[in-house]
Design a protein around this ligand. Structure first.
Ligand code: 6PG
Length: 249
């Protein structure tokens, strides 16, 4: 599918539009499939979006009861640490929704080793897909193994989640969750990250980016994704379903 691009004059406007899109998408998915799965992003950009989703009119949607939340990546810090992507989403959004705890699937980036955390989270994802398949009509099973909606930010170097330019994690073809020892992140911490194989199985990937440099990277990707994928991991995001960019100035 061709990428869909929507431009906004401010992150405030882009976040408001993204909240509306996500809320409507989740409602449609829950109505059609019974359960929805969303992958949240970290970083600074999504904060306003999460605050919009945690407020009226989206806050009281019944669809949240049937929505499962995952993360695209996590820094190896305690879950209440200010650098934790879980803490960002929990404090601004998840703690404000009427949501069963079992629907929140935190990335265990605080286990003894990052390898252990990656293996455990992959099991969590596979178990969820298996449960969802068991609930679905047979003819849907083949397409279940993929998240319904993956929300991604992007670094100015074109990284997504914790998949950084030039890192071997970009070449991962089998594991769905990878340990990341790179110091290219900000903050430069060990991390866990979803990999491209699982991201690209998604029904929909929604990028939310802000700033001239990121828009420049996006335009370079749209103009020539193959060439751009030599430099920018974001160019390697080619979901089974929709690829949408919400770009704010
Ligand atoms: C992380 C994020 C990361 C983020 C980009 C953009 O853990 O750092 O998941 O991939 O989306 O770095 O971050 P900003 O939104 O802060 O620019």
């Amino acid at each position: 599918m061709e990428p869909e691009v929507f431009s906004f004059q401010s992150l405030e406007q882009g976040s408001k539009a993204a909240a509306k899109f996500i809320a409507n998408e989740v409602e449609d998915i829950v109505r059609s499939h019974g359960l929805a799965s969303i992958v949240l992003t970290g970083g600074r950009t999504p904060r306003i979006l999460y605050e919009y989703l945690a407020a009226q009119p989206f806050k009281d949607s019944f669809s949240w009861q049937k929505t499962h939340f995952f993360w695209g990546d996590e820094r190896c810090v305690p879950k209440k640490h200010p650098d934790s992507n879980y803490a960002l989403a929990y404090e601004t959004l998840l703690s404000k929704l009427d949501l069963p705890d079992k629907n929140i699937h935190r990335m265990p980036a605080d286990l003894a080793t990052v390898n252990e955390g990656a293996a455990q989270y992959e099991t969590t994802i596979r178990d969820f897909f298996n449960q969802k398949a068991a609930l679905s009509l047979n003819d849907e099973r083949c397409e279940i193994e993929g998240f319904d909606l993956v929300l991604l930010g992007m670094g100015e170097d074109g990284h997504i989640a914790s998949l950084f330019p030039g890192e071997k994690t970009l070449l991962e073809e089998n594991r769905w969750v990878a340990p990341v020892e790179s110091d290219k992140g900000s903050p430069p911490l060990p991390r866990l990250s979803l990999t491209l194989p699982i991201i690209n199985r998604s029904r929909c990937v929604l990028f939310l980016i802000s700033g001239a440099r990121k828009i420049e990277v996006m335009q370079s990707i749209l103009a020539g994704p193959e060439e751009a994928s030599r430099w920018y991991p974001a160019a390697m995001v080619k979901p089974k379903g929709r690829l949408i960019w919400f770009a704010a100035e």
